[in-house]
Design a protein around this ligand. Structure first.
Ligand code: BDR
Ligand code: CA
Length: 312
């Protein structure tokens, strides 16, 4: 690993998770030390299998994959198979991965790796925060060993994608998100609204997917269904939430505008459960606990996506 920054990715692959993980594999400054996997976009059996398959396609079977929470902490939630396909990877019927997940639970792996890389570990959460919340309940001192936590989640002015007010990752397990945002003194947050402001053209993306690489071919196949759905719903731009969060995680220097504020998760609202309530005017007196990414260098983001696909 040498001088590389250790990076642990908690994820629920998922079409956009897959692109984010490929971006991390492609980065020379970071070493991916593991993938901890939760249920979210689809059930855990699929998200774990997808994580293993992705490692195989990328030639990264050295990266351990840990299965974690099969369901949210308290309340069952609907998955996002309507976006990502029933298997979470566009229902292409890919050949099963040769490898299996490690025996260790994801929450325990997070704690162990936080000790192994204490003070240096960058943790990137791309799915519901269930595994991280479990790890925090087991060991509340976890934030002291994590250099930086980056979360893809929330909608900072309540323009959600799952409900009018809530974004999928926080909506899926609001109690877990509450535990994480209250335990970490500062979280770097990439919310759904920032994602919408950083789309790239489908026509460009399709061109990158023509690259002569196994990664591009695989990604072309697994993202096809979701891209068709997205064109229908959102028009000419493709929005890859987790890939965008990963760009900020890997290259924080690309941030053009950040805002630090207090954030709380709504747990009980009949219309707003899972909303991320940002105290923009700091009226409540709580300490700032999130650093919200508002604008990011689009060219850097797109260059990383091209790199991830080996599209030059
Ligand atoms: C988030 O929800 C999931 O469907 C995506 O993988 C991403 O992490 C976007 O709201
Ligand atoms: Ca995700």
């Amino acid at each position: 690993m040498g001088d590389r920054i250790p990076l642990l990715i908690d994820t629920d692959p998922g079409v956009d998770d897959a692109l984010a993980v490929l971006m991390a594999f492609d980065d020379p400054r970071h070493a991916v030390v593991g993938l901890t996997v939760a249920a979210g976009n689809v059930g855990l059996a699929h998200t774990v299998r997808n994580a293993l398959k992705l490692c195989e396609v990328a030639g990264r079977d050295d990266v351990p994959v840990f299965a974690g929470a099969p369901a949210p902490l308290l309340h069952p939630a609907r998955d996002a198979a309507f976006v990502h396909g029933r298997d979470g990877f566009g229902d292409t019927g890919y050949a099963p991965p040769a490898r299996q997940a490690e025996a260790e639970h994801a929450a325990l792996a997070i704690l162990r790796l936080s000790h192994a890389h204490a003070g240096r570990l960058v943790l990137v959460a791309l799915g519901p925060l269930t595994n991280l919340a479990l790890a925090l309940r087991l060991d509340p001192a976890l934030p002291q060993r994590v250099a930086r936590l980056v979360v893809m989640g929330g909608a900072v002015t309540a323009h959600g994608n799952m409900t009018p007010a809530a974004e999928f990752n926080v909506w899926f397990d609001p109690e877990a998100a509450h535990i994480v945002f209250t335990a970490f003194p500062r979280t770097d947050l990439v919310d759904w609204e920032a994602v919408l402001a950083h789309g790239f053209l489908h026509t460009e993306f399709e061109r990158w997917l023509q690259a002569d690489s196994p990664r591009a071919r695989f990604y072309d196949a697994i993202s096809r269904q979701t891209r068709a759905w997205a064109v229908d719903r959102r028009g000419e731009r493709w929005h890859s939430a987790d890939a965008f969060a990963m760009a900020f995680a890997l290259e924080p220097e690309g941030a053009l505008e950040l805002a630090e504020r207090p954030l709380a998760v709504e747990l009980v609202g009949s219309h707003t459960r899972g909303a991320t309530v940002v105290d923009w005017r700091r009226q409540g007196g709580a300490a700032d606990n999130v650093r919200i990414l508002r604008r990011y260098d689009q060219a850097r983001f797109e260059a990383r996506v091209r790199g991830a696909l080996a599209a030059g």
